[in-house]
Design a binder for this molecule. Structure first.
Ligand SMILES: [Zn+2]
Ligand SMILES: [Zn+2]
Length: 426
């Protein structure tokens, strides 16, 4: 009788254990996983070993794991999506997503666990996200008496090229596994103190549209401009005129970015080339603003070419590259506020803060099926608070010097994701 009571007591103590001490126990192995991933990054659409590591660890935790999920609709391209399910009685289905890809960046952090792959680096912290997913999966598997429903963990490839989520959806993710009631994710943040959680109800990240403009002129000798239509001069005018879309056509209350990130044309100083190409990234939030800005980007180069006397059959070509475009991340306000309340209760108001939207983009929004499934992406600070206090320059995400503080960041992120799932499946 006494033995049974002791066993029961031991069982309840394990179940009632504070999440903090459970995370502390797992932290060394999560940091090992993080460092292993950081050392051997793989760029978008090549996450073969990375996804295998994620799948293996989730399988070992008792999840039902499927890998190689996703379809890029490109010959010879394998998609390395991972899906890990744990059903624990009746209840909602909560999708928790990590991304897995690294960037073509030569790491300059000098860390002992810096990337060993030339020109490839986890410069966006997707290694932090994977360690967080594994940590969250570990804790949830240990406290199944505290939640009911289904946990659906997603290892998503190719986030940086905004193609992975679409590829997984195209492979009938929800039909084959489960249609989530909620979808959540967390991304590290390069300006907040390590472990601090940030949330933003409503629009959180922008629509991104990749636009290519080809300015076509009539080339010729650099010394005989009168015989040509110079696309370099037209391109220069176009670059400046595009900025008036933001400053003169758009309400100052609606954020818009039009960036010409690349301009290519010409071969030699004394040759006027036949064409110049511009590569743009365009960021917006509201659908109507997006539509209007893209229409203006179509109109402006054509008007300038017309003014320059370029014939109609050489009018500029404006194309949107849909594969490199993504919809805004709209955090369902009710879901976001609910999670923020739950996190504040447990982590304290100072550790859970509301932040402004960002003009960067993500393809996580795809999992929300255009607003049919409430989604929420949180942020976790990744910076040493002392460094923030010192006023030193903080390397941004995608920088070759970005170096998140592993322990505090992973600790905060695992806690936030675990508490979020528990809130939704209590
Ligand atoms: Zn990124
Ligand atoms: Zn990222």
């Amino acid at each position: 009788m006494k033995a049974l009571a002791l066993i029961l007591l031991a069982a309840t103590t394990a179940a009632a254990q504070p999440i903090d001490s459970m995370i502390e126990r797992e932290l060394p192995s999560l940091i090992d996983t993080y460092k292993t991933l950081h050392t051997s990054p793989e760029v978008s659409m090549q996450e073969e070993k990375t996804s295998a590591m994620v799948a293996t660890q989730l399988r070992a935790l008792g999840y039902t794991v499927a890998d190689h999920i996703g379809d890029y609709q490109q010959a010879g391209k394998t998609c390395y999506g991972v899906v890990a399910m744990m059903k624990n009685g009746d209840g909602p289905v909560v999708l928790v997503r990590t991304d897995m890809d690294a960037l073509p960046v030569q790491e300059q952090t000098g860390l002992p666990y810096a990337s060993r792959i030339a020109n490839v680096m986890h410069a966006c912290g997707h290694d932090i996200h994977m360690a967080t997913l594994i940590g969250t999966a570990t804790i949830l598997a240990q406290i199944k008496d505290r939640w009911h429903g289904t946990v659906m963990l997603i290892g998503q490839p190719a986030e940086e090229v905004v193609q992975g989520a679409a590829a997984m959806m195209r492979d009938r993710l929800y039909e084959r596994f489960a249609r989530p009631t909620y979808a959540i994710a967390i991304h590290d943040n390069s300006s907040l103190p390590a472990g601090q959680i940030a949330y933003c109800p409503g629009f959180f990240m922008a629509n991104t549209d990749a636009v290519n403009i080809t300015i076509r002129g009539l080339g010729g000798h650099g010394a005989r401009p009168e015989l040509t239509k110079d696309p370099v001069v037209v391109a220069a005018e176009v670059v400046l005129a595009l900025q008036t879309i933001v400053s003169r056509e758009n309400s100052p209350l609606d954020p818009v970015v039009v960036t010409v990130g690349a301009i290519h044309g010409g071969t030699k100083r004394n040759i006027i080339p036949d064409e110049v190409s511009l590569l743009l990234t365009v960021r917006t939030f509201k659908p109507e603003v997006r539509k209007r800005v893209l229409a203006s980007i179509e109109r402006v180069p054509k008007g300038i070419a017309l003014a320059a006397g370029i014939p109609d059959d050489r009018a500029p070509i404006v194309e949107i590259n849909r594969a490199e475009s993504a919809d805004a991340t709209y955090n369902d306000p009710a879901l976001t506020e609910r999670l923020a309340r739950a996190l504040k209760r447990d982590m304290g108001d100072r550790n859970v803060v509301q932040v402004d939207p960002l003009m960067v983009s993500e393809d996580f929004g795809r999992f929300g099926l255009d607003g049919k499934i409430p989604i929420c992406m949180l942020n976790v600070g990744a910076v040493d608070p002392a460094k923030i206090a010192s006023g030193a320059r903080l390397p941004s995400l995608h920088s070759s010097e970005f170096a998140p503080v592993p322990d505090a960041t992973i600790r905060g992120a695992v806690k936030a994701m675990t508490l979020s799932v528990l809130e939704l499946l209590r």
